[in-house]
Design a protein. Structure first.
Length: 511
């Protein structure tokens, strides 16, 4: 064999190796982290649920049971599906919500009736924790006094008032629509707004009335008045814990020690502490350590929460896991799909059309669409699947474009040399398109890192956790604890791929 042929074969092998690396060149700094916890507690996306979830977690840990608290997973339906699907083992709930939203009953069911109905679904319920946290409508005290508004019925006289309601309340069976019908309320200027941001909107007069929980600390802090439910629309919302009946018996026994241990005054104090310190762990510490009513038989120790570096490491590793595994799937499926799309025709148009349609679906909506499907539910795999679908388009489109841009003369030369179609693809076309393909992978990686923050909405964790918590607390510092690392991570990944450009792309094709 001539030296020229040997050199050509060496270059071909090098190009082939580069193409193989392109298929797998993702950040392999991923750590597959499965929770070591025996019991997983969930919580909804508002302060009191966070605090109760933290108290439950620490009660379990102090009883010698490894436990994890997945904070702020979303609303009622998200948590209920997670409980039924086994992604969590318990979460704090309210009797009125169970009756209206979960069991879909209009009547006021007794606790025994609720327990019997839940038992048929494999779910257990504790006795009430000791307080009733009902829904309420609140407004600024100064406006209520000026307008003479004392009850919900009084709102009929003021159709001009702007109302801001949480998105869940807008859709609940015990929410806005039936409330408006019961009271014949005329207000048309109604907007959906996050629970915590609604208080800020009240403070700056962007809205005049909002829904609230009767134990919200911000009601007193912001000098708001609770409108009397004079037609007694809202049922009782006694706080309880729901748990899977298959949960280990000692964990259920530990949760039952919280029965009757909290009164309304104390819960308001804990909520105020969480919002004052911007720290749910400190609020739980107040429950366990500072003259709080203890669960009967409690003999546990104080539990010190994670330090910020520990939390940041945990958030970042989970974020890398989400973005990395989803990117790997996008590469594995996206490049072959891009190769098929580069050939044009109906198949090519269908592939690009599908990838484009998926990209147009809002990422939050894509998560919500996957949750009810079999196999997915509220889980890490749901978040990874959504991110995988969202990251397909850049890889598919860039792979197709890179291959389609190869000069016709080069294609004819490859055919003239008698190379098989597979050899042409591996030895010539993919190396020639490597710069475009790697650019698509880089774009997908950056998109996934940013979009992965939404995974926290279904309890998948990551850097979205502090962002959601900060939104709940209306605390910009907490939001930045997640936003800044996410932005830095995106820049680091982009730099990583810029380095790969120099390593993987043949010299003649580099910019």
């Amino acid at each position: 064999m001539s030296r020229a042929n040997e050199s050509g074969n060496h270059e071909a092998r090098k190009a082939k190796q580069s193409c193989l690396l392109i298929f797998s060149c993702i950040p392999f700094f991923l750590i597959h982290s499965s929770s070591a916890a025996d019991v997983v507690i969930g919580s909804k996306k508002f302060t009191e649920s966070y605090v109760l979830g933290e108290i439950a977690k620490r009660t379990l840990i102090d009883a010698g049971i490894p436990a994890e608290h997945r904070q702020g997973m979303g609303g009622t339906i998200i948590l209920w599906q997670a409980l039924r699907g086994g992604q969590i083992d318990a979460y704090p709930e309210y009797t009125g919500t169970i009756t209206q939203e979960i069991l879909k009953r209009d009547d006021a069911s007794s606790l025994e009736q609720i327990r019997e109905s839940l038992g048929k679904l494999g779910v257990g319920i504790t006795e009430p924790l000791g307080f009733n946290n009902t829904y309420a409508l609140v407004m600024r005290r100064s406006d209520a006094q000026r307008l003479g508004v004392r009850t919900i019925s009084d709102l009929r006289k003021h159709p001009e008032l702007k109302i801001g309601l949480t998105h869940e309340f807008l859709d609940r069976q015990d929410g806005w629509q039936p409330l408006r019908e019961r009271y014949a309320l005329p207000q048309q200027n109604v907007v959906g707004i996050d629970h915590a941001l609604g208080y800020a909107a009240l403070a700056n007069s962007s809205i005049d009335v909002k829904d609230a929980y009767s134990t919200d600390a911000k009601i007193e802090q912001n000098d708001l008045v609770v409108l009397e439910d004079d037609l007694q629309f809202f049922p009782k919302y006694e706080a309880v814990f729901l748990f899977r009946q298959s949960t280990r018996a000692d964990a259920i026994a530990a949760l039952r020690r919280l029965e009757g241990a909290l009164d309304e005054r104390h819960v308001i104090q804990l909520n105020a502490e969480a919002e004052r310190t911007k720290n749910y762990t400190k609020a739980a510490d107040l429950y366990f350590n500072v003259g709080a009513p203890r669960p009967s038989g409690y003999s546990g120790r104080s539990h010190i929460g994670e330090s910020f570096p520990q939390k940041l490491a945990r958030w970042t590793l989970r974020h890398l896991e989400l973005a990395g595994f989803s990117l790997l799937l996008s590469v594995i499926f996206g490049i072959p799909l891009g190769i098929a799309a580069s050939r044009g025709g109906a198949t090519g148009h269908a592939i690009l059309g599908f990838a484009g349609i998926v990209q147009t679906i809002p990422s939050l909506a894509l998560l919500a669409l996957l949750v009810p499907l079999p196999f997915f539910g509220i889980s890490l795999r749901t978040a990874i699947a959504a991110l995988f679908l969202y990251g397909l388009l850049p890889i598919v489109r860039n792979t197709a474009s890179g291959l389609q841009d190869i000069p016709r003369s080069l294609r004819e030369s490859a055919i003239a040399l008698g190379l098989s179609p597979m050899t042409q693809l591996w030895e010539i076309y993919l190396p020639m398109a490597s710069r475009s393909i790697l650019s698509g992978i880089k774009t997908s990686a950056v998109i996934n890192i940013g979009t992965a923050t939404l995974a926290a909405l279904i309890g998948a964790g990551g850097l979205g956790e502090p962002i959601l918590s900060g939104l709940n607390l209306n605390d910009h510092v907490t939001i930045l604890q997640g936003a800044i690392p996410a932005a830095l991570l995106a820049l680091l990944v982009q730099s990583f791929f810029d380095l790969l450009d120099r390593v993987l792309i043949p010299k003649g094709l580099r910019l």
